[in-house]
Design a protein around this ligand. Structure first.
Ligand code: FE
Length: 210
């Protein structure tokens, strides 16, 4: 795992590993010693999360849906199955539902109980997703939460909040930005941010990217 001390906050530990990394190592050692986990299998999983599984998968799904009306229809009908057909990941283990943003409806996902997250398409959840303030305020004051994320929607846009569970995960299908006519899927995918698929953000401005 690459060490990165540029973000500050870790310096005071005076250690090469962050407190969280040390805790993970300690837990890994105990579990391996007790025979609960195979360290090699764990390495494969960690490597997958670091390099293979991430929001770039979800971005491909969204770009495909923006480009291919038949795929979009299939995605809305059964996201688990539709994502499976793209062959980007081995298997979608959980029931995945894609919720589509429109000019009058903005979708946002949360797990009020804990941190259920569509990890197969978005990778590991951001820290704030698991925080108590996000989990409670996303439901009680979604517009306020979006404002905190710098996102102000028109007053007439309805906000719908979806509560994830261990069995059902959601991915937001954001609206395709105007000014992307004729763009290929690769270029479109570069506009799709993780937060736009959680509903706390919008895709990037094509003028800033293209
Ligand atoms: Fe949860």
């Amino acid at each position: 795992m690459a060490q990165d001390h540029d973000h500050g906050g870790d310096e005071e530990h005076g250690s090469e590993l962050s407190e969280m990394q040390l805790r993970v190592r300690a837990l890994e050692t105990v579990l391996a010693e007790k025979g609960y986990v195979d360290p090699a299998a764990l390495d494969v999983m960690i490597e997958a999360f670091e390099t293979k599984i991430g929001p770039h998968i979800g971005a491909r799904v969204v770009a495909k849906a923006w480009s291919d009306p038949a795929f979009k229809e299939a995605l809305i009908a059964d996201a688990t199955q539709a994502v499976q057909t793209l062959g980007l990941i081995n298997r979608v283990g959980d029931h995945l539902i894609a919720v589509e943003n429109t000019p009058t409806l903005h979708n946002m996902i949360v797990c009020t109980l804990c941190s259920c997250y569509p990890w197969e398409v978005l990778g590991l959840p951001p820290v704030w997703y698991k925080s108590a303030p996000y989990r409670s305020r996303a439901v009680s004051d979604p517009r306020g939460v979006l404002a905190d994320f710098g996102l102000t929607l028109p007053g007439e846009t309805q906000i719908r909040v979806w509560d994830s569970t261990a069995e059902t995960r959601f991915i937001v299908l954001p609206m395709r930005p105007a000014g992307t006519e004729g763009w290929g899927e690769d270029k479109l995918a570069a506009l799709v941010t993780r937060d736009s698929m959680i509903g706390t953000g919008l895709p990037k401005d094509p003028k800033a990217v293209g």
